[in-house]
Design a protein around this ligand. Structure first.
Ligand SMILES: [Fe+2]
Ligand SMILES: [Fe+2]
Length: 265
């Protein structure tokens, strides 16, 4: 199975070093790659908009979703902090064409679990998982058969990571991740035999670490152009799964088209 991972699309106007007006063109190029590479599905890891106001953010979200729908591939969308800055979460969920902020879908012998780390947002842009969501996850993992490996997807990283050298979060201490690692770590440790990997966005860079033998990988932002404000490289990743002990992930860019690296997980 091949899962195409795209994150932090930030469609809209230029904000900081994110030229949001380049986002739709980059998504079109990304969808071409998905087609050429025969991807089985797309997971979009949140922050679809460069938030402006309610009216614009709805439009920016609809533009992104209409491109994804045109791909004909299953697309799983994750909620990011910027998505619900001006749009109430219930409304954002309905723009995504579903009814729940977190859910799972079984695909090709894997259980894809989409979490909502904006439950609620902490501070300016930090994440959190509510106790009711943690109970839901625990019950889901308990009832998941051993032969259905679980892949976790979230906007914020579920495992903490070092931010030294990350210009996007150096001035936002603690907000690169979720507030309470202990609760999720306990669940992940308990069900580590069932979890094959965890993938997130939010931090705008690539990062790989292992916890309890599980790979935690951060997908870079599609439209982040730091330190300039145009010609975003269009970063994304492809997760290739032959079996749960034989997975690899790439770090790629669209403009110019490059595969920057490939990691065996
Ligand atoms: Fe972002
Ligand atoms: Fe974010």
């Amino acid at each position: 199975m091949k899962i195409a991972l795209i994150s932090d699309i930030h469609n809209g106007k230029l904000i900081e070093h994110r030229p949001g007006e380049e986002a739709l063109g980059l998504i079109r190029d990304f969808l071409e790659v998905c087609k050429a590479e025969d991807a089985d599905c797309i997971v979009e890891l949140g922050d679809r908009v460069n938030n402006e106001d309610h009216e614009h953010d709805v439009l920016y979200t609809e533009e992104v979703m209409s491109l994804f729908r045109s791909s004909g591939l299953p697309v799983l969308n994750v909620i990011g902090n910027h998505d619900i800055h001006n749009i109430p979460k219930e409304e954002d969920i309905s723009l995504l064409g579903r009814s729940a902020p977190y859910f799972y879908r079984d695909l090709e012998g894997y259980r894809l679990v989409v979490l909502d780390t904006a439950d609620p947002i902490i501070g300016d842009c930090g994440g959190c998982l509510s106790s009711s969501q943690l109970s839901w996850l625990q019950d889901l993992l308990e009832s998941t058969p051993d032969d259905l490996p679980v892949l976790l997807f979230s906007h914020h990283p579920l495992a903490d990571q070092e931010q030294t050298g990350n210009p996007f979060f150096v001035n936002l201490p603690g907000e690169h991740t979720i507030a309470d690692h202990k609760s999720i770590s306990k669940i992940i440790e308990r069900y580590r035999g069932k979890i094959a990997g965890a993938f997130n966005g939010h931090v705008h860079w690539n990062y790989l670490r292992y916890q309890y033998g599980i790979p935690f990988f951060s997908v870079a932002s599609l439209t982040e152009a730091y330190p300039v404000t145009e010609h975003a490289p269009g970063r994304f990743s492809m997760l290739a799964i032959r079996d749960r002990d034989n997975m690899s992930i790439t770090s790629e860019m669209l403009s110019p088209r490059r595969v920057l690296g490939r990691f065996d997980l």
